[in-house]
Design a protein around this ligand. Structure first.
Ligand code: UDP
Length: 244
């Protein structure tokens, strides 16, 4: 098995290619499943959020998002072999979908952004079958009617893959809570990837991603929103490294 203990969770120690193969198998199996991609922020949130811990316990695939976690795994002498970020995985899964004829649904981001991402992805992956997009209204998670509408909308078009970008832990909790109602073989929690594919927000250059500075790029681009996440909250990772 690929699963190894890592800090306060488990992760699947897989390369990108192995992860895509596992997703393909999950789609073929047809049993509803979901994929999470932990980063430093998730690890910090997991320490204090028991519902988020439950989400992680039930996850079918746990892939490591971000170089800082790879460094920590090396420091702990239990190296994770590759960074498999949600935002790198998402285009790979679109590629798989276009080759195998899998249907995909995009849920998340601001109004119109998921539709724009679908347009761009269809240009990149010619055979890609996007069966629906929806950008929920702000605060939808407290509106039972809108949630039911979303679940129905997704189930009606029977996607093989549901890509959800609502930010953590909202997107993961949504997948966990509605996993039995959502009749989708594989759902992916992919954060800001819909924004990236829509060209709405620029992703850090590859070299910055590779040396583990993607967070710094995002902090510079959106200082107000990211300061709390990366400086105030995520500093707690040092305590967590010592604890486990
Ligand atoms: N978002 C959303 N609905 C919400 C909250 C967030 O659609 O109620 C979207 C937001 O527009 C953005 C994404 O969720 O596209 C949040 O991305 P974030 O930067 O938090 O994700 P990360 O990649 O850092 O996990």
């Amino acid at each position: 098995m690929s699963r190894i203990k890592f800090l306060n969770t488990y992760v699947d120690n897989l390369s990108m290619q192995e992860a895509v193969e596992r997703i393909d198998k999950l789609i073929i199996n047809k049993k509803p499943s979901y994929v999470v991609t932990p980063n430093v922020d998730h690890i910090v949130k997991l320490e204090i959020d028991s519902e988020f811990q439950d989400v992680y316990k039930e996850a079918d695939l746990i892939l490591t998002d971000g170089m800082p976690l790879i460094w920590i795994s090396k420091l702990k002498n239990n190296p994770i072999k590759e960074k498999v970020s949600g935002s790198d995985l998402f285009p790979e899964v679109c590629n798989l979908a276009s080759q195998k004829g899998y249907k995909i649904f995009l849920l998340g981001a601001a109004e119109g952004v998921a539709a724009k991402a679908a347009e761009n992805l269809k240009l990149k992956y010619k055979e890609l079958n996007v069966v629906g997009t929806y950008s929920p209204s702000y605060g939808f998670e407290n509106n039972e009617d809108e949630i039911n509408q979303i679940v129905d909308m997704i189930n009606q078009v029977k996607p093989d893959i549901l890509a959800v970008g609502l930010g953590a832990p909202k997107q993961e909790k949504f997948l966990y809570t509605f996993r039995k109602k959502l009749n989708v073989p594989v759902s992916l929690a992919i954060g800001a990837s819909i924004d990236f594919e829509a060209g709405n927000i620029n992703r850090a250059p590859k070299w910055m991603q590779n040396i583990g500075l993607e967070w710094f790029y995002r902090l510079c681009r959106e200082p107000k929103r990211m300061f709390k996440r990366y400086i105030v909250d995520d500093i707690k990772i040092f305590k967590i490294i010592f604890k486990y």
